[in-house]
Design a protein. Structure first.
Lengths: 634, 339
């Protein structure tokens, strides 16, 4: 347990700033993700608004010191509201040359650059494929470079524990952490609790060494002259009052499933096959067996989807999760679930594609796949989470739709929000409203056999489950007669059933709230966005509004069906801009549905939008007043 | 008070749907035996679920008045696993064919067996793709002429029993569509087994692969071409019970019992609980060199998948108490904003 006063106070000058963006980067084995997570939690506990962006390679341990192995974690913490992890960095911590050269471009001129100078020896430069030591380059003059012999100092700090050099070296990320904590006046308590919780209470040498390194890093900041000022970011006052915690997107998704299950009186059956970046939902959910959660790691993606169908037929809350390549494999079974008209959730945490693509990078390129990637006329509702915390909400909304309409529902997330985090106002569980589910116990056809496809006003069929006497029925992928569910090859029946299934999806709009607009209700430019780009788009639109530009944001969470008022909203603006991390998939849908000449802003780099680039595009479009001929004419 | 349980009859399991298999198809016999056996198992129709994939055999669920899913090609084992994990109270049957379970669904098949989910698989093996009109299947024999192999099949066929042994199935059996007594007995044994029961049924496709199993079906030949496995009994076959199987080193050999030189005690005795080595050896016995074993190859008891999975859930609840959402949300580091 911590013995000293956990957070000593600095005697140096403190400068108050409204927000800081910092990126920590090093080898993928250096513990950068851990460092970032700790800084995030600590900042959240300080009451800052936060947004994070972990960025790591697909390889678990790429060769040490190489550019391929660089892992980074970016966090923005502020006393004002933040929706993005920040465009450019106020400070960069680089643990080796590879990390430095691959990240330096994002550091602002005059920004603080902290490096572990012990790892800038010839062999390190060679690993990073550098001929010259970048620290000797004239470009360094653009930054406030602080060279810290972290390896040596950490070794000295932990010398008393008699660890090997290799073991001692493992504590250097905590040294770096201590330095960063000093720099931003962060309280070390939570991290000390973490250290002793994770590495062992009391006498654990590793825990003690890590604490020592953390404190040594802090003391180093307090001592060296190169750092004259530390920064203070006050608590954000804009957040709604209540109790908060930090939440990661995939974690929020898992917790949302638990909430949806509780609201509907079900238990979660969760089937999946490991895939980046969705696996953390499985890791999270398998901790909750005492909630009755049944997790099933299937033999493949298809089995995961099919087992969800079996569980749904049995009357349970069935969920399967994957990313683009896995969704492609599940496709046929998704069509079956649609034909069987069974409620279940298919969650797609998108990543860079096509094929294996960029497993650890973000993209929004599965929209068309989930909209149309099935044989036959096979529409399904599609919802998209807009931020890490929104994953909690959207998945409950999806389960509500699935059960009220008796349909599989697709939820889109992406690598950016799945791994990103933000403060989350903890809900009062007692105020969660029930999701009503009825399993019939009596036949809906007193004159004959039970009618599994007899529908209610929303066109939902009854969810009769095995074990119910008198309601035995068979379902299957063959076209069936409406009402009886018997196999039918009748042409008119097929047309009718295709239309019913389409109408059922369309009926989802009746259960969902109308589209909201942020900004003027009419004007020059409407930015239409969806999914994980919400934070960047909102921030860019807000900045444009501050500059007096006529621009509003409609961020779409319900992509199929579109909100019933969307067309009308679009018609109130002269221009429509659709920024997407793909080649223009939503734009294609919007253009075809509403016959509007929407403009795209498309980025396919595996990275989220920067606010700057979006603001530039918005400015360009609003300044030129490049109006759409057809629409202004009409 | 006494409760009189209604006595179920085959008719209770008959659905109102017209059967659409070709006249003369072996599937009719399997359906008839299933409907005969179901009332004897004692599980009511509403607690019984038939799950199939795609193919002629997979139309089966439509013809039984229970719950059922006619799923997609090869995936019935996965659908059934999901159902059984959430509804262990149900009696679940997977109906499949050689193409459905061994070709497109091969992966699910082996994983179902190795997990030992408590359900029954009945695989109708007709060594042909019937519903797509006559292409060769993974059990078609080498040289077989089919629509897609005009010069004969060159693939080496899968031996379903050997594969099941490899996947460590806990119940493995083989029967023949026309041998109705044996088939009914085998289905009953499968139902009685706790764990995954795998039954291969030699089934005649009289349209696309007629006579593929005539040697095992024909009353005149079947005593010589098949050997009925009986637990604890010596392996004797032949119309006159005049031949037996004996272990010679690591091989099985046929011995003649007529001259009295070989005694019954020298023969191989069938042991359903034996290690998989013996079961595997039996699975390799093929025509024309050997009679093909029918009956129960293996019947051993191990923990079922759902017992293990649900066991962990119950253990977790016992140890940690029933999960509380509010507690979970408030766990770890939290902070307050405002009043």
């Amino acid at each position: 347990m911590p013995t000293e006063a956990s957070s000593p106070s600095t005697s140096k000058e403190i400068k108050t700033v409204s927000g800081i963006t910092v990126r920590l980067c090093g080898d993928s084995g250096d513990g950068m993700q851990l460092l970032g997570t700790q800084l995030t939690n600590t900042s959240a506990l300080a009451g800052n608004d936060i947004a994070t962006f972990p960025d790591f390679p697909a390889e678990i341990r790429a060769p040490r010191g190489t550019r391929a192995g660089v892992s980074g974690f970016q966090v923005q913490f502020a006393s004002h509201e933040v929706h993005t992890p920040g465009d450019s960095l106020d400070a960069l911590v680089a643990m080796n040359p590879a990390a430095l050269v691959t990240n330096l471009a994002d550091l602002v001129k005059g920004g603080l650059l902290i490096v572990n100078e012990d790892s800038f020896e010839d062999k390190d430069l060679k690993l990073a494929k550098l001929k010259v030591n970048p620290l000797d380059e004239p470009a360094m003059e653009n930054y406030r470079l602080v060279k810290v012999p972290m390896t040596k100092l950490t070794k000295l700090a932990v010398a008393e524990f008699g660890m090997s050099t290799k073991e001692a070296d493992r504590s250097k990320n905590f040294f770096a952490m201590g330095l960063v904590y000093w720099l931003y006046g962060r309280n070390m308590d939570a991290t000390l609790r973490f250290i002793h919780g994770k590495f062992g209470e009391g006498k654990s040498v590793v825990a003690q060494a890590n604490e020592k390194a953390l404190r040594a890093g802090w003391a180093f900041g307090e001592t060296i002259e190169a750092l004259g000022t530390s920064y203070q970011v006050d608590a954000a006052t804009v957040l709604k009052s209540g109790t908060y915690r930090n939440i990661i997107g995939n974690q929020a998704m898992a917790w949302g499933l638990l909430a949806a299950a509780q609201r509907s009186g079900k238990e979660v059956f969760y089937a999946s096959y490991p895939i980046t970046p969705a696996s953390d939902i499985l890791h999270e959910l398998c901790k909750f067996k005492n909630f009755g959660v049944c997790t099933f790691q299937a033999e493949d993606e298809i089995a995961a989807m099919c087992s969800a169908i079996g569980a749904s037929y049995g009357g349970q809350m069935a969920v399967t999760t994957s990313s683009g390549p896995g969704i492609a494999l599940k496709t046929e079974a998704m069509g079956l679930a649609l034909m069987l008209e069974l409620p279940l959730l298919v969650i797609d945490v998108q990543r860079g594609g096509p094929s294996t693509g960029l497993p650890t990078k973000t993209e929004q390129s599965d929209l068309m796949q989930v909209m149309f990637g099935r044989n036959g006329e096979a529409p399904l509702p599609v919802l998209a989470a807009q931020s890490p915390a929104d994953c909690f909400e959207i998945v409950q909304e999806a389960w509500m739709l699935a059960t009220q309409l008796m349909l599989p529902v697709i939820v889109l997330s992406d690598g950016f929000i799945a791994n990103g985090s933000e403060p989350w106002l903890i809900p009062d569980v007692s105020k969660l409203t029930p999701i009503p589910i009825v399993h019939p116990t009596e036949s809906n056809n007193p004159d004959g056999a039970f009618m599994p496809y007899k529908r209610n006003e929303l066109l939902a069929r009854p969810w009769a489950i095995p074990g119910t006497e008198g309601l035995m029925h068979r379902v299957g992928g063959l076209e069936k007669e409406d009402g009886s569910g018997n196999i039918s090859y009748d042409p008119d029946n097929h047309q009718k059933m295709v239309q019913i299934r389409a109408q059922k999806v369309a009926n989802a709009a009746k259960l969902l709230p109308p589209q909201q607009v942020i900004g003027p209700q009419s004007g020059e430019l409407l930015v239409l966005s969806w999914g994980g780009t919400y934070g960047s788009c909102l921030t860019a639109v807000q900045k444009a509004q501050e500059q007096g530009l006529s621009v509003a944001l409609a961020h779409i969470r319900h992509l199929n069906p579109f909100p019933s008022n969307l067309g009308e909203i679009i018609s109130r603006y002269h221009q429509v801009l659709i920024p997407e991390l793909n080649m223009g998939q939503l734009r294609t849908l919007i253009r075809s549905r509403y016959l509007v000449d929407a403009v795209g802003y498309n980025k396919i780099k595996g990275k989220p939008f920067t606010v700057t680039e979006l603001l530039e595009k918005i400015t360009e479009m609003t300044k030129t007043g490049n109006r759409v001929a057809q629409r202004t004419a009409s | 008070m006494s409760t009189v349980l209604p006595v179920l009859k085959a008719d209770d399991f008959t659905s109102d749907q017209d059967i659409r298999w070709c006249p003369g198809c072996g599937d009719y016999s399997i359906l008839a035996q299933m409907k005969k056996v179901l009332p004897e198992i004692g599980v009511p129709p509403e607690k019984t679920v038939f799950i199939s994939g795609i193919g002629c055999s997979s139309r089966f669920p439509y013809y039984v008045n229970t719950y059922g899913i006619h799923s997609i090609h090869g995936r019935a084992p996965a659908v059934a696993t999901g159902l059984k994990l959430t509804r262990p109270d149900l009696s679940v049957w997977v109906i499949t064919g050689d193409g459905d379970s061994l070709s497109i669904g091969g992966n699910h098949f082996i994983h179902l067996l190795r997990r030992n989910v408590d359900l029954n698989i009945v695989m109708f093996n007709n060594r042909i793709y019937g519903l797509t009109k006559g292409q060769y299947s993974p059990t078609s024999v080498e040289g077989q002429i089919t629509k897609s192999t005009p010069m004969g099949v060159v693939d080496h066929p899968i031996n379903p029993i050997s594969l099941a042994v490899g996947a460590e199935a806990t119940f493995i059996a083989r029967s023949v569509d026309s041998n109705i007594k044996h088939l009914a007995y085998t289905l009953k044994r499968a139902a009685a087994h706790k764990g995954t029961s795998f039954v291969e049924v030699y089934q005649n496709c009289n349209v696309f692969n007629d006579g593929a199993f005539s040697y095992a079906q024909d009353k005149a030949t079947r005593d010589d071409t098949t050997i009925e496995l009986e637990h604890g009994k010596p392996m004797i076959f032949g119309k006159d019970k005049d031949r037996g199987l004996r272990l010679n080193g690591l091989s099985v050999e046929i011995v003649n019992l007529e001259d009295g030189k070989v005694k019954e005690d020298d023969l191989l005795f069938h042991d359903e609980k034996a290690t998989s080595t013996l079961v595997y050896m039996l699975s390799r016995l093929r025509r024309p060199d050997f009679p093909e074993p029918i009956g129960v190859f293996r019947d051993v008891l191990t923990e079922t998948f759902e017992e293990a999975v649900l066991g962990q859930i119950n253990e977790s609840i016992e140890q940690r108490g029933r999960g509380n959402l509010q507690k979970l949300f408030n766990s770890g580091e939290t902070w307050k904003v405002g009043a």
